[in-house]
Design a protein around this ligand. Structure first.
Ligand code: SF4
Length: 491
């Protein structure tokens, strides 16, 4: 960003939220609009909806929060009982409206709309190939690459085969909701890196990144879309068909969805996020519990960790008080106008304020979900000491982040990550904590009731579940060959 805005200066930023609905007797626009509100935490840069009334698409895509992007007339102008929606934080492509989604394209055999959560690692190769074949691109985003590839395959194949053909070529992380004319479908990448679930509404079906969107519409979660599965909603809202297009032995769920990104009230891969976070807190106590007077969360996501941590400590007879000692200013958005590094470093004072009476004269343990660059932790510890904390211990509900994410999380570069080249003791010293511990990878896998081999652990091991140029992989995986020839040439 060139105007002095910085996004989440010491954190990780969620990627995107996607949704798609097919209803029986009413317009899809309002349910889509409400569900985007429920997914707002997954993207604040732009919001959009595309509907189809059986004859044509209706589109409204704007920069900004959902509440700012739509007014009453915008929602009422989106006719049709099927549609898809998207909230976006830019992860691939530039920060402008050309990358806002859903992306739409019209081609010989109909219209196509796409909402994408995730990030492809071979988009450039496919874009170059398609450009050589005469496809004109209007953005540098990877979603447009998927749209063009799918549009091309649809000229030759039926919908299911065309989606499969595109999935054979794209490599990386994706949960997609797609609208082909007036048919809505959802796809999850074969490794299941990003979440996607199906819900039943009173008068139709919904696909959404998180079940909280289904709850918002008074619907029932049916189940997660399986990794490698294509779900096609019936046009009349009466049901859905499914096609298991890929069936990999190992999956690669992003464990940070449960640790940090998702809403605590969402159920992802059959686990309530809030309960997983509490369990992570319990594991944290059992691995590295430290005696102190009070344990407090760094809001918001540290809350469930801290309550699990305190509960496990109290069960062992520890006299440990759980308290909310840090108050968050809810009106500070995700971006700040802070032109200089010095001002960025003051960001924590805008976001968090300590309650002096809870902290003064006490030994304090603070629980957070992660340390990215370390700036916030350093300031926070100083702040707590300034208001009279005798000791400040830090416990982190995830392993050290040592490497960047290529799957759509805006994290930091390797050089910016405090843990990329420092030991835990060196980090402790740098952030001036009295003690510091992270959760082990095994404890994360245990809390998720998953094997390590079914999780993406790229940012905490430096080994990725996808074939990424210049990086190690943790499995036998190679990216598809894109040779510049027509994808249909070998038919
Ligand atoms: S690298 Fe980390 S943040 Fe990115 S998908 Fe994997 S686990 Fe999630």
């Amino acid at each position: 960003m060139s105007d002095g805005r910085v996004a989440n200066p010491d954190g990780m930023t969620e990627k995107c939220g996607v949704v798609g609905v097919s209803l029986r007797d009413r317009d899809a626009a309002r349910p889509l609009y409400y569900s985007l509100y429920a997914l707002q935490h997954r993207g604040q840069e732009s919001a959009g909806v595309i509907t189809h009334d059986g004859f044509q698409q209706h589109t409204h895509v704007e920069m900004g929060l959902v509440g700012d992007a739509f007014d009453q007339d915008d929602v009422e102008g989106l006719n049709g009982s099927v549609g898809i929606g998207h909230v976006r934080y830019p992860t691939a492509g530039s920060v402008d409206s050309s990358c806002a989604q859903p992306f739409s394209v019209s081609f010989k055999s109909g219209s196509l709309g796409l909402s994408h959560n995730g990030n492809l690692v071979n988009a450039d190769e496919i874009r170059d190939e398609l450009a050589n074949m005469g496809h004109a691109f209007t953005s540098d985003g990877d979603t447009e690459v998927i749209a063009h590839d799918l549009a091309r395959n649809l000229l030759e194949e039926d919908l299911v085969r065309a989606v499969k053909r595109t999935m054979e070529r794209i490599h990386g992380s994706y949960s997609l909701t797609i609208m082909h004319d007036d048919t809505v479908l959802g796809v999850r990448d074969p490794e299941g890196n990003r979440p996607l679930c199906i819900g039943e509404l009173e008068d139709g079906y919904i696909l959404a990144s998180e079940s909280a969107a289904i709850d918002t519409l008074d619907g029932e979660l049916v189940r997660d879309v399986k990794p490698g599965e294509l779900v096609v909603l019936h046009k009349d809202g009466t049901g859905f068909d499914t096609y298991q297009l890929f069936d990999r032995e190992d999956t690669a769920h992003c464990f940070f969805e449960h640790v940090y990104f998702a809403r605590p009230d969402s159920v992802i891969d059959e686990k309530l996020v809030y309960e997983v976070r509490r369990e992570l807190g319990r594991q944290l106590w059992s691995e590295s519990g430290v005696e102190s007077d009070v344990v407090m969360p760094v809001p918001d996501s540290g809350r469930a960790f801290a309550s699990g941590y305190a509960e496990a400590a109290q069960e062992e007879g520890e006299d440990l008080e759980f308290a909310e000692g840090l108050m968050k200013n809810r009106y500070v958005g995700r971006t700040f106008i802070m032109p200089t590094q010095d001002e960025r470093e003051r960001a924590v004072r805008l976001k968090l304020n300590p309650i002096k009476s809870t902290i003064e004269g006490k030994t304090v343990t603070i629980i957070d979900d992660s340390i990215v660059r370390g700036t916030t932790s350093t300031q926070l510890i100083q702040l707590l000491k300034d208001v009279g904390a005798e000791e400040v211990h830090v416990r982190i509900g995830a392993p050290q982040i040592i490497a960047p994410c290529y799957m759509g999380i805006d994290m930091a570069t390797r050089e910016e990550l405090i843990a990329s080249d420092r030991s835990t003791e060196e980090i402790r010293e740098e952030i001036q904590a009295d003690s510091l511990s992270y959760l082990s990878i095994d404890a994360v896998a245990e809390a998720l009731e998953s094997s390590r081999g079914d999780l993406c652990l790229g940012c905490v091991t430096g080994e990725y579940p996808y074939d990424i140029e210049g990086e190690e992989t943790d499995r036998d995986v190679t990216r598809p060959e894109i040779d510049g020839a027509s994808p249909l040439a070998d038919d």
